[in-house]
Ligand binder design. Structure first.
Ligand code: NDP
Length: 516
């Protein structure tokens, strides 16, 4: 059987079509740029066997040797940044800047971060216990790699959200099979090539290109699944993982609110609302998807945002600095965006900027500002995942918090106020996995912080200690010194004198003190 690398042909200038399999399209032009294999369940099973065979040696390499590969890869990403950006842009239609900042920047940071912090997070923890029966014993909390991890990713950030999760899984000593979105498989394949060049042993990381069925097959063979994608598919993944009793970490959809209080720096708030709703053409799980503005500053804020959004250039990216807003990557997403705008207009909303799809071969939607919106409209309650920004006037912060929490999602949130204490207090009332005060989305770049969703936005976290420990099982180790007694006092034969002594001991330890 041919490997992915053999079946996937690349030229100096990019990818070329291959016979059969899944066509990969450039959303900015509509052209087919490559074809990748649609891997069958049998092929996935073979990959899993190869991954399992390769894993023990990779684990035996130890942290230092694995970190070396990651650090080499960090430099490889920088040395090949242009080629990676070109590949990302060609299969997503995003702008050069969106690929550079959120994907190359993320990868550079992540390879170094996990190389450095992975060993700390996974080092044996020496535990002290108040349990008298283990006095003098060595107690260890040990993290052991699970074995074979399945990473399933979406199409919006092929490097950050698909490949990015492989880094801690590998650093922990696991073998990984990555199933990228069928829409954007090329970046993962390119990065896997880089990992081999940087010394990763064969089959420790494999790319299973394919559709949803390939992802479903993968779950049947791995020891843990790390899934990023929609809440709808996330449920299916959780069900499949539950049937196999394997852990699943789920990073799902969002409908992130932004709250603008009347004492906010309006210019900053307007810039952040514009950038973080339109960046990556709004196709970011933690995009600002809806804004609540206190009545006294509503008109000013809306005027500022509308002006800024109207100035954005949308269309086919022609290299750095050419447009701010690129293509809609996934064909059905365009229908969702159009549907949400039409639904809002039909229910009384007004468009202050944009509002329509651009004509032509590529898939583009104008950066759009909607006002006079409310929670009867899809644009305020369902994930739009496009370059749209609905803005709603609220009476006060309490109403803003209530509406922010009126959602099945709970991924990110942001609050703008010059009173940072008040801003933080309001951020704490929002039921979300992250909340930024006078900022948005930036928490994602802080790899020391956990990143994950509340409510239907996910289960588990990436980043931080939990972001690598989840790829391990924990083993509690208790070591009794060699000069121990021949038996413990509570062992057979049971004697009334010993029982009374133990009862007295427990009362002394746990029964002293006042009763309320
Ligand atoms: P999908 O849920 O449609 O797909 C995600 C991945 O799952 C794809 O690789 C898909 O394959 C695969 N898949 C589909 N069906 C199954 C199945 N039954 N079993 C296993 N895998 C399957 O999400 P999108 O690709 O459309 O991504 C967009 C979504 O991702 C948005 O909701 C966004 O908010 C979310 N997201 C969340 C992030 C977070 O960190 N919380 C970050 C980035 C995105 P295929 O594409 O081939 O169908």
């Amino acid at each position: 059987m041919a490997t992915v690398e053999q079946e996937f042909a690349q030229t100096e200038n990019g990818v070329v079509p291959d016979a059969g399999g899944i066509p990969v399209e450039n959303p900015a032009t509509g052209e087919t740029i490559a074809t990748v294999p649609d891997m069958s369940p049998e092929q996935v099973a073979e990959m899993a066997a190869r991954g399992r065979a390769a894993q023990p040696e990779w684990q035996a390499w130890g942290f230092e040797a694995r970190a070396k590969v990651m650090l080499r890869m960090q430099k490889w990403v920088m040395d090949n940044a242009e080629r990676i950006v070109q590949t990302i842009c060609s299969e997503t239609g995003k702008t050069f800047e969106d690929a550079e900042l959120a994907e190359i920047g993320y990868a550079g940071n992540a390879f170094g971060f996990w190389a450095k912090h992975g060993p700390e997070y996974l080092a044996d923890e020496r535990i002290k216990s108040s349990q008298v029966l283990v006095k003098g014993k060595k107690l260890i909390n040990r993290f052991r790699p699970l074995g074979l991890i399945g990473v399933i990713g979406p199409w919006n950030y092929p490097l950050t959200n698909s490949f990015g999760d492989c880094i801690p899984a590998l650093m922990a000593g696991n073998a990984v099979i990555l199933k990228p979105s069928e829409i954007t498989p090329l970046t993962s394949m390119l990065l896997a090539e880089g990992m081999l060049e940087c010394g990763l042993p064969e089959n420790v990381l494999q790319i299973a290109t394919g559709r949803g069925g390939t992802g479903a097959a993968l779950i049947e063979h791995v020891d843990m699944v790390m899934f990023t994608g929609s809440t709808r598919t996330g449920r299916k993944v959780a069900e499949a993982a539950a049937r196999r009793l394997i852990p699943a970490s789920l990073e799902l959809g969002g409908k992130d609110p932004m709250i603008v209080l009347s004492d906010a720096d309006l210019e900053r708030a307007a810039n952040f609302a514009t950038y973080y709703s339109m960046q990556n053409a709004g196709q970011t799980c933690i995009s600002i998807e809806r804004v609540y503005v206190e009545a006294p500053v509503y008109d000013d804020f809306v005027a500022k945002v509308s002006e800024k959004v109207r100035e954005l250039r949308v269309g086919k990216p022609e290299g750095p600095g050419s447009v701010e807003v690129g293509a809609i990557t996934f064909p059905p997403q365009l229908e969702t965006i159009k549907d949400h705008v039409a639904d809002a207009l039909q229910k009384g909303a007004r468009v202050l900027a944009g509002g329509s799809q651009l004509p032509g071969a590529g898939r583009f939607f104008e950066p759009t500002v909607l006002v006079d919106v409310d929670h009867t409209m899809k644009c305020m309650t369902e994930e739009t995942f496009g370059p749209t920004l609905p803005i709603m006037k609220v009476a006060d912060a309490d109403e803003a918090v209530r509406l922010s929490n009126d959602s099945n999602y709970g991924l990110g949130a942001s609050v703008f106020s010059r009173d940072t204490e008040r801003g933080e207090a309001i951020a704490r009332r929002i039921h979300s996995g992250a909340a930024n005060v006078n900022d948005a989305m930036i928490n994602y770049t802080v790899l020391e912080l956990p990143m994950g969703g509340a409510k239907e936005s996910g289960l588990g976290t990436r980043h931080g200690a939990g972001g690598i420990r989840k790829y391990c099982s924990q083993q509690a180790i208790v070591v009794t010194p060699k000069l121990a007694m021949k038996k413990e006092v509570f062992m057979y034969p049971y004697k009334s004198r010993t029982s009374k002594m133990l009862a007295g001991l427990f009362k002394f330890m746990y029964g002293r003190g006042k009763r309320d």
